[in-house]
Design a protein around this ligand. Structure first.
Ligand code: GAL
Length: 359
């Protein structure tokens, strides 16, 4: 009897241990890496979550442009916020025989299965802009997202002229690791101010799918709750910032309440010039897009990619390239976004009286 229970125990133990090993094998080793020779053409698959925000169209255009410049073949798929579709599209790219995948995930957790599918075919994966969590992803290229959250909160804290000041926090999509990192950065700055009694948080919520309409709702409710006594809205990107501005306009408060943003969208740069949005975070997309294509070519050839740091994704420390963001307001808009040709002053100031346009 005792012997049989020991056997049962050993069997269970073997099952558990076997599970760990096989899941490790799946994510950690995969098939032997494909390697392209120095003169063989490279085929890159780019799996994108969305083209909804202006910036993603730019990402797509620049990845396409640089792939052409380096002589790589490129297939782009856009999942429009649908996880199952993104997985299917990535599988299609693998079936097409791409040598390397660049993935901007809709959901950082779910996209781990794309990495596993790619590795089963010996195809390396680059996590683009947003981190793919809990996976053996080969490289992460993005911006310093925690720092961006810190910059948003610090800017508003430095410019708010009330103590205590009432803050509303509007996060991005909770399925996007960037939204979580931004929030972490925002709280790095706000927590000490809250503890000092300089800041009160009216509400702190995530806007589903980064939707402006969700941000509009959050800010409308916050205004009602605080009797319109809101001094600053930490909006995590420009889309949510525009939702916040719309809610403020409904109460004749646009321009009186500070609003942060991110992405240097044309529509938000116009609001900054008009004084309705206070700042944005400008991330020149070209270094990101070109960096991803260059890294993709190297990975496909089995060459080393230079990285600056590692980021823990829950499974491993992922080698990472994290680019510098730039805080932009009315005062430095011309010397940053306009100087780089990201947007022209004519575009930004169209429909505005010339004297309102920054020089
Ligand atoms: C984030 C990204 C932002 C913004 C947002 C909405 O992950 O960092 O730049 O575009 O997604 O798509």
């Amino acid at each position: 009897m005792r012997r049989s229970s020991l056997i049962v125990l050993l069997f269970i133990f073997a099952l558990i241990a076997g599970g760990c090993v096989s899941s490790n094998q799946q994510t950690n080793t995969g098939a032997a890496r494909k390697k392209k020779g120095p003169n063989e053409p490279i085929s890159i698959g780019f799996s994108m979550d969305t083209l909804k925000e202006e910036r993603w169209q730019r990402d797509k255009d620049l990845v396409e442009k640089h792939a052409k410049e380096v002589g790589a073949q490129l297939s782009v798929q856009v999942a429009n916020g649908d996880d199952n579709l993104q997985i299917k599209q990535a599988e299609n790219l693998l079936t097409q025989g791409v040598d390397v995948l660049i993935v901007a995930p809709h959901n950082g957790e779910v996209a781990a299965s794309i990495v596993e599918a790619a590795h089963r075919q010996g195809v390396p994966v680059i996590s683009y802009d947003r981190l793919i969590k809990n996976s053996d992803v080969d490289l992460y290229i993005s911006h310093q997202v925690v720092k961006m959250g810190e910059m948003q909160a610090k800017y508003l804290l430095d410019h708010v002229n009330k103590k205590p000041a009432n803050f509303v926090i509007v996060g991005g999509s909770p399925t996007d690791n960037n939204a979580l990192l931004l929030h972490q950065g925002q709280m790095n700055v706000l927590k000490p101010a809250i503890d000092r009694g300089d800041v009160k948080i009216v509400t702190d919520q995530y806007a589903k799918e980064w939707q402006a309409s969700a941000a509009l709702n959050i800010v409308e409710n916050a205004l009602t709750q605080a009797n319109n006594q809101v001094d600053a809205v930490v909006a995590s990107n420009d889309g949510t910032a525009r939702g916040a501005v719309q809610a403020l306009e409904g109460q004749n408060l646009a321009g009186k309440v500070l609003v942060s943003g991110q992405d240097a969208d044309l529509a938000s740069l116009k609001l900054i010039v008009e004084g309705k949005q206070t700042m944005t975070i400008y991330k020149p997309i070209q270094p990101l897009a070109y960096g991803a294509v260059d890294a993709a070519v190297k990975l496909a050839r089995g060459e080393k990619v230079d990285t600056t740091e590692t980021i823990d994704n829950g499974f491993k420390k992922v080698p990472a390239i994290l680019l510098e963001p730039i805080a932009v307001d009315r005062n430095n808009l011309v010397s940053t976004v306009v100087k780089d040709g990201y947007h022209t002053l004519e575009e930004i100031c169209a429909n505005l009286p010339p004297e309102k346009c920054p020089k």
